[in-house]
Design a protein around this ligand. Structure first.
Ligand SMILES: Cc1cc2nc3c(=O)[nH]c(=O)nc-3n(C[C@H](O)[C@H](O)[C@H](O)COP(=O)(O)OP(=O)(O)OC[C@H]3O[C@@H](n4cnc5c(N)ncnc54)[C@H](O)[C@@H]3O)c2cc1C
Length: 424
């Protein structure tokens, strides 16, 4: 049933106040939209950066440094912020969002609610809730855990970027670290074995015990009045080995925050499916950031590319498009986002890994590996039917992380090359 209420004068509504939501507001304002904007936020703080949470936990950043925008910058946007007000339901027919603080009509809406880590694979009901990292509360929990003098041995489960950033925070606090990962190598989503191995060597040199091709089978919480934490965590690994730790952090993957979207109300696969202007299957609902499945340039498929820069560009694109639409104008074609691809840079205690594009190999894609004293460089080359070759991805692992060093220069150059070859 189509609700006939006229909400065309209602505020443009942004659900989620992270990088995607913030940039949607910027896109609206810089494209001339002067009407009301209402933002729903789960916190009562300024927008924070999930990227900086591990640096705060590890003592490399202060709490205030984790909020990329100042109050003045937020004020300039002239937005109404609904604090501590998660959206519970989105009624796309009636153009209304439902929250614990009431119901709010919208004219156009941008969903930018990001994702949360899931403990999938961690033993349920073992009596211990693993530490995970995304929000400032998560960062606080990790920080408290790893600065507690009773915590000296820690296990990190997962070998992705987030796990490695968690590991680094713990190393900065001088903890005795073990990393367990289900795949044979770290950085499994981003690196080919040759590049990952070099990174693993750096981790081992830092004293990290690597338990790869391994997983946590069981965790037993043992009450121990002699232990400063009052308990020990006995971990049994899949191969039967056991070991004891004081805390366990888990980074087993992310789930996007879309529970408030009613089933079948918007086209969805792993995320919200959008076009090149970030419009969902509903003409008045847009989406940006980790919730979005948009065109990934290398594969040509719609995929989630959950990175900061992508969320920023998508948010700005959604805001800009809405501003044009509400002004009754056609958005210029050059504002379309033709697609994106993954790019990552990670540093752990001096070791550096940079990647972009794909690591998927196949009949028409092969890896070319170059190794020297300082770096391992893997280029993923795609052979085209016309005999030409395109760079579809790369990994660089460097033993030294120095701003402006050869690895950063090469990484920037190769990223531009992929962009040039695939965005055309
Ligand atoms: C530890 C860590 C390290 C990372 N490192 C990097 C890196 O080095 N480089 C990189 O590019 N990316 C990195 N990322 C990923 C990057 O942080 C995300 O891709 C980016 O923040 C996504 O932006 P977003 O706006 O989609 O989501 P977020 O920044 O998560 O913002 C979404 C906001 O919406 C809120 N929200 C959720 N549900 C609701 C609701 N129902 N109602 C209202 N609000 C809601 C959330 O609480 C959150 O505040 C990292 C992530 C983590 C966790």
């Amino acid at each position: 049933m189509n609700n006939q209420t006229d909400n065309t004068q209602a505020p443009v509504t942004i659900i989620g106040f992270g990088i995607g939501g913030f940039n949607a507001c910027i896109g609206l304002r810089t494209s001339g939209y002067t009407g009301p904007i209402r933002v729903f936020s789960t916190t009562n703080t300024l927008p924070y950066s999930p990227i900086l949470t591990s640096y705060y936990a590890g003592g490399m950043k202060e709490y205030e440094d984790c909020f990329p925008w100042s109050q003045e910058e937020v004020d300039e946007l002239e937005i109404e912020i609904m604090r501590n007000c998660p959206v519970e339901n989105l009624d796309v027919q009636a153009h209304v969002v439902h929250t614990g603080q009431g119901e709010f009509p919208y004219s156009k809406c941008v969903i930018a609610t990001g994702s949360v880590p899931t403990p999938v694979g961690f033993p349920k009901d073992c009596g211990y809730e693993p530490i995970m990292l995304r929000t400032m509360e998560d960062a606080e929990r990790l920080r408290n855990a790893i600065t507690n003098p009773g915590c000296t041995r820690m296990l990190v489960s997962g070998a992705s970027m987030v796990s490695l950033k968690t590991l680094e925070a713990c190393l900065k606090r001088n903890l005795d670290m073990t990393l367990v990962g289900i795949n044979p190598h770290v950085l499994d989503m981003n690196a080919l074995p040759e590049a990952a191995q070099r990174f693993e060597k750096s981790l081992i040199a830092q004293g990290v015990e690597l338990r790869l091709s391994q997983s946590i089978k069981d965790v037993e919480v043992i009450t121990d009045d002699m232990h400063p934490l009052g308990r020990r965590l006995k971990v049994t690994f899949a191969n039967g080995d056991t070991d004891e730790f004081d805390e366990i952090a888990v980074a087993h993957g992310m789930r996007n925050n879309l529970e408030f979207v009613e089933k079948d109300s918007l086209e969805m696969d792993r995320g919200l499916l959008v076009n090149e202007y970030m419009r969902t299957s509903d003409p008045d609902v847009y989406a940006a950031g980790d919730v979005v499945q948009a065109t990934e340039l290398i594969s040509g498929e719609k995929r989630i590319v959950g990175i900061w820069n992508n969320a920023a560009r998508q948010g700005a694109c959604a805001g800009r498009t809405i501003a044009y639409e509400l002004a009754g104008e056609t958005i210029p074609a050059e504002y379309a986002l033709r697609g994106s691809f993954a790019m990552n840079t990670i540093q752990v205690m001096g070791a550096l890994f940079i990647s972009a594009g794909t690591i998927e190999l196949g009949e028409t894609r092969h890896a070319e590996i170059e190794e020297n004293d300082a770096m391992t460089i893997v280029r993923i080359i795609q052979d085209e039917p016309d005999g030409t070759r395109r760079l579809a991805g790369f990994n660089i692992t460097c033993d030294e992380d120095k701003e402006g060093n050869e690895a950063y220069d090469l990484g920037a150059m190769l990223t531009m090359q992929i962009e040039r070859d695939f965005a055309r």
